[in-house]
Ligand binder design. Structure first.
Ligand code: AGP
Length: 616
């Protein structure tokens, strides 16, 4: 959830850390801070609030010199958002500073032990406990030959239960930065006579694209000229230098007012990226490079459990429809956090498929580990190359959507749907799916980028629609069949960036109770493409209208009759029933975006949220 940045080199650390924090802010923005080593002392600056109102202002007023330091932008887990709970946290000497991403589950037991040893605490956080613990070990080792900060960090982590990605510096060990991870991402950035440590490559891509993705239990000792990595679990760490797939420009907002708007408008290109090299018209199938399963193994799969969270879970629901329709393989969709703990029955040839934009969602990572513990193969569809999930699964497919900075996931969701459709065709063509039917799907997929461009030209009408409904207190989003999951997604988009209460439902389900909530002040967004369910969906729509509920219909272009039964209509191009989820999502993304804008909400950094949920 939080963002971590560390720098060690010859340049002034302060502007580098601040710029890194700005690029990390989407990961959490309750507060931010830095600790910089300056002339034998550690100088601490930290402040509640977003970066430009808080820490940036503070550093301008009270600049800090020094050529190495650490920074942190926080999404609160233990301790309310407050100056005192902001990171970095210091040990009692004030000469060791720690920033941390994750949750230390046994922090209270450690805190009680330190309190009994006479330590005092300034904050309510688990991170300060870790800082004091490291300081305690560092003090106990003082005087022993060659004792180092890394030794103290290693010893302290031996007492810790929970997850962490940390960066640590000490005024008593100049020129050294220590990093360690278990369950939270941490990356070394390799520069020229300078090195970086971060929880997210976006923070350092402007400085270097050479990185090392640390693994769980790795402890790294970093200087400006190099680094050493050890693994607390296996003794020998596996260090692999990778090249970031994107550049600094990709992670910039460009001409758009918000990252979310930029990412919505990138979708014709990102769908093209997801399709590139994977449409095999000759064999009438889709092809992938990284599933790491033979055709015989894939043919033998007789059940798929798809686990994910949030928006990715909505994509999983579409994946269920796609794979069952085209490959006739039974699919079960699970919330990742439920799958881990409910002992879900798995047959011999069941595989787990996880969906994740960030590749760092703790719930989803736990699902992978649970499936593998039980001896089942785990595959992933992921966006972030080199992410923890991408490295822990047995095989997978990258969606190539590029950095997604807006907290509300947009392009990654549509790219996930695109890849799921390709996967369904791939699996289907190993079973009963005919070449003819498969080619229909492949051609419809190939037409999507242009059709998405058409949908994106409706920005004007969607902006007007948003202005008309921005003051509503409650919304329903309804769909059936393939567009039922998109109704859920549309509701989530609206609530997470505009804070309006919105519920997604199967249109047919309304008459079993929720319709009691319909009145003239409760608008309903109705997904009613001309698909197999069209007549039935129209009947459900009529039930809403009969109770004076305003209806915004998302319909297939050319459907003029819908204008007689809806208050407002947004059109999307005609496509296969299985591809309406992709075309229907984009108007809902824009609708939510413009309503949030009309309500003055912070679209890219909505309250209480963070981009990647790396705690369970
Ligand atoms: C989506 O708009 C949300 N930000 C959130 O639900 C997100 O989809 C969820 O946390 C899963 O994230 P992941 O895809 O990175 O695993």
């Amino acid at each position: 959830m939080c963002g971590i940045i560390g720098y060690i080199g010859k340049k002034n650390a302060s502007p580098i850390l601040l710029e890194g924090l700005r690029r990390l802010e989407y990961r959490g923005y309750d507060s931010a801070g830095v600790a910089i080593a300056d002339n034998g002392e550690l100088v601490l600056r930290k402040k509640l609030g977003k970066i430009d109102e808080g820490i940036a202002h503070l550093l301008k007023e009270q600049p800090v010199a020094g050529t190495y330091g650490i920074g942190h932008t926080r999404w609160a887990t233990h301790g309310v958002p407050a100056d005192k709970n902001s990171h970095p946290h210091l040990d009692e000497t004030g000469r060791i500073a720690v920033v941390h991403n994750g949750v230390i589950e046994n922090y209270d037991a450690i805190k009680q032990k330190l309190l009994r040893a006479g330590y005092t605490f300034k904050s309510d956080t688990d991170t300060e406990v870790l800082a004091q613990l490291i300081g305690d070990y560092f003090k106990k080792q003082a005087g022993k030959n060659g004792h180092t900060l890394t030794d103290a960090v290693r010893a302290a982590l031996g007492d810790v239960i929970g997850t962490y990605g940390i960066a640590v510096i000490s005024a008593d060990q100049p020129g050294i930065m220590v990093g360690a991870r278990r369950g939270s991402p941490l990356i070394i950035g390799i520069g020229e006579a300078e090195n970086f440590l971060t929880s997210d490559a976006n923070a350092i891509v402007a400085h270097t694209r050479q990185v090392v993705y640390l693994n769980d239990y790795d402890v790294a000792t970093i200087t400006q000229d190099g680094f050493d990595v050890e693994n607390l679990g296996t003794e020998t760490a596996s260090v692999q230098i990778s090249k970031l797939e994107f550049d600094a420009e990709d992670a910039q907002r460009g001409v758009h007012a918000h990252f979310m708007l930029k990412e919505i408008h990138e979708q014709p290109q990102t769908v093209l990226n997801a399709l590139r090299g994977r449409l095999d018209f000759e064999a009438a199938t889709a092809k992938f490079g990284g599933l790491n399963m033979t055709a015989a193994e894939l043919r033998g799969v007789d059940r798929i459990v798809i686990a994910a969270s949030g928006t990715s879970w909505h994509a999983a629901l579409v994946g269920e429809y796609l794979i069952e329709e085209f490959a006739q393989i039974p699919v079960e969709v699970e919330y990742a956090h439920e799958f881990c703990y409910r002992n879900c029955p798995l047959e011999k040839n069941t595989i787990l498929l996880v969906l994740s934009q960030s590749g760092e969602t703790a719930d989803t990572l736990a699902a992978i580990r649970e499936a593998k513990r039980r001896g089942h193969r785990a595959l992933a569809i992921v966006n972030v190359v080199g992410s923890t999930i991408a490295r822990e699964v047995d095989g997978g497919i990258y969606m190539h959507a590029g950095p997604e900075i807006g907290v509300a996931s947009t392009k990654a969701f549509v790219s996930t749907l695109t890849v799921l459709t390709l996967l369904a065709v791939h699996l289907g063509r190993m079973r009963m799916l005919s070449a003819k039917r498969a080619l229909e799907v492949l051609h419809a997929l190939a037409a999507l980028p242009k059709q998405l461009e058409i949908v994106l030209q409706q920005t004007g009408p969607l902006k007007e629609l948003a202005a008309k409904y921005a003051s509503a207190k409650d919304f329903f989003f309804l769909g059936r069949g393939y567009t039922f999951p998109i109704a859920l997604e549309g509701a989530l988009k609206l609530k997470e960036i505009s804070y309006i209460h919105a519920e997604g439902y199967s249109a047919a389900e309304m008459k079993h109770g929720p319709i009691a909530l319909i009145d003239k002040d409760t608008p309903t967004v109705f997904l009613v493409p001309q698909d197999a369910m069209y007549e039935k969906t129209l009947a459900n729509l009529a039930m809403i209208r009969a109770r004076k509920g305003p209806v915004i219909a998302l319909a297939t272009e050319g459907d003029e009759g819908i204008r007689r039964v809806a208050d407002d209509v947004i059109y999307m191009p005609k496509t296969l029933e299985a591809l309406y989820p992709i075309l229907a999502t984009v108007p809902l993304q824009l609708f939510a975006y413009y309503i949030a804008l009309a309500r003055g909400c912070d679209v890219d950094k909505p309250r209480n949220l963070a981009k990647s949920v790396t705690v369970e």
